[in-house]
Design a protein around this ligand. Sequence first.
Ligand SMILES: *Cc1c(COP(=O)(O)O)cnc(C)c1O
Length: 385
Amino acid sequence: MSIKNITTSAVRAGINTDKHHGAVVAPIHLSSTYSLKGFNEKRQFDYSRTGNPTRATFAEAIAELEQGSVGIVTSTGMAAVHLICQLLSVEDTVVIPHDCYGGSFRLFTHLAKRGQFKLIVVDQNNAAALAEALAQKPKLVLLESPSNPLLRLVDIEEVTKACHAVGALVAVDNTFLSPALQQPLTLGADIVFHSTTKYINGHSDVVGGVLVTKEQALGETLAWWANCIGITGSAFDSFLALRGLKTLPIRMKQHQENADKVAAFLKDHAAIDAVYYPGFSDHPGHEIAKKQQSNFGAMLSFEVKGGVEAVKKLFDNIALFTLAQSLGGVESLISHPSTMTHAGMEIAAQLEAGITQSLVRISVGIEDIDDILADLAHALAQSQQ
Ligand SMILES: *Cc1c(COP(=O)(O)O)cnc(C)c1O
């Protein structure tokens, strides 16, 4: 029986798959190699870089949640991005968003500099700039919605249609929402990928990635490359990420409930100049979010009054939010994009992208909401002293 409900299918992932002992939870297979049944008689698995039962169980579970055909588990989120680059040759053009994840930006710009493909960086909300880029007939267009740290939205269905019209493949970074809140393949995309380090594993104790294709053939090509270049994820990480995945939909509900309340609390706070949250009806991407997401997500950013001095006081006084990059774990995190996640960007480029010194990003965790709000209230009051 195939399960359509995402909460049920996440919880049931890998359950009852052990044919030997009836282990309820999918066992972890650490063996690097597998015996042949006899001369030239292969089993399903032969060597763990190529295929591993624990990794395969996790890959199938993610493919099901993303409603795709082939799932590929990679050692990191960046490995998933790099895997997509294997589809490109020197004469191909790639289009990436100007505000994509910093690591993706670094990878694409450096590979392009070495002549591995041609690269166009655009603001995908600028229809004219996007049309101009698509007129170059790119092989691949990368999308990321919502973006980091300003939560800008791209209409995945509309942009995908325009990309397909010029023969481009579309790959969407879905890390910020997870398949519990957005399923890009159902909006037409060809590839969806994640840093499982974030919401999918959800406990800040694994670095990993995953990629799912809509079509079987493209999935097989990418799986061939994943083995060829050796970037497949480990059995142990797959086991942990599969365990995390089981509570993904239920965790997202709590993240969401808390984030909505935090956003409402920050909106009219005297210490804050602006809050970037797609759940607000005046957020420029609000209507797109309502159309393509099942909720608004638990990432938000805001500008503190008083500049970087006030930000420092906020960080010195906050207790429940840990000052760290990354996101999507059960614990709340707070960060300063300008000096942390986006430090690799020149200040001028940061400002052009809307990243000011007063900008603070938070990943709202699943702690008790009253504790979260009390902590924010205290630290924000101190930031203005
Ligand atoms: C973290 C992240 C990545 C990279 O993933 P790693 O697991 O750190 O390699 C890619 N995209 C987004 C949106 C991310 O947040």
